[in-house]
Design a protein around this ligand. Structure first.
Ligand code: SF4
Ligand code: SF4
Length: 202
């Protein structure tokens, strides 16, 4: 039975003398190998050598602290709602008296996790955050052997007080202008619509 008309009749023809010698075919193959050997390598010795990346590259996230060192995140959940990959999970807690130097707002994320295997580095979490708490940086997520090691908690995400992460690299003039332009706040409108629909349902 013929399913398609793409069948090809194979002709078994006699090999020529050159083909039977094999040597020309071997030399032709070796010539291709030598040509690639002499060419500039397409690969690099990562991580010793790193490729230059674009200024607007979106890599590993950082949870920022404010100028006094308190965590900016207030566990509002907007980043998790905005995330198309459902990569963000968090558990919110109330700030206790005496913890004002640790957490800027009255509510904070006791647990905050991003699954880097789910993340598509779209930057929607950064766009949705009303507290300027989460940013994508120019840092690359390192490879791991276990899937669980790709679930980044606060230990990996929150910047250290002494070693702040510079998030200004990606904030080019064009990006800053884009963010200022109210007409372009498509994500805000989407989120407003999301909450409106959620309220109607309940
Ligand atoms: S960058 Fe995109 S996919 Fe990754 S956590 Fe943020 S919103 Fe989700
Ligand atoms: S990172 Fe921003 S958007 Fe996400 S929970 Fe914290 S404050 Fe809200």
């Amino acid at each position: 039975m013929q399913l398609t008309n793409r069948s090809k009749v194979v002709v078994k023809k006699e090999m020529t003398l050159m083909e039977r010698l094999y040597l020309p075919a071997i030399l032709a193959g070796m010539w291709i190998t030598i040509k690639h050997f002499l060419r500039k390598k397409a690969t690099i010795n990562y991580p010793e050598v790193k490729r230059p990346i674009a200024q607007v590259y979106r890599g590993m996230h950082v949870l920022k602290r404010d100028e006094k060192g308190a965590e900016r995140c207030t566990a509002c959940g907007l980043c998790a709602v905005a995330c198309p990959a459902e990569a963000i999970t968090m558990i919110a807690e109330e700030r206790k008296a005496g913890e004002e130097n640790l957490y800027r707002e009255e509510k904070y994320a006791a647990t905050y996790e991003i699954n880097m295997l789910r993340c598509i580095f779209c930057g929607d979490c950064e766009e949705a955050c009303p507290k300027e708490a989460i940013f994508l940086t120019d840092r690359i997520v390192p490879s791991e052997f276990l899937r669980n090691d790709f679930v980044y908690g606060k230990d990996k995400l929150v910047e250290s007080v002494s070693q702040r992460v510079d998030v200004s690299v990606r904030q080019t003039k064009e990006v800053a202008n884009f963010k200022k332009d109210n007409k372009q706040q498509h994500n805000i409108n989407d989120l407003k619509q999301f909450f409106k629909n959620a309220l109607i349902k309940h």
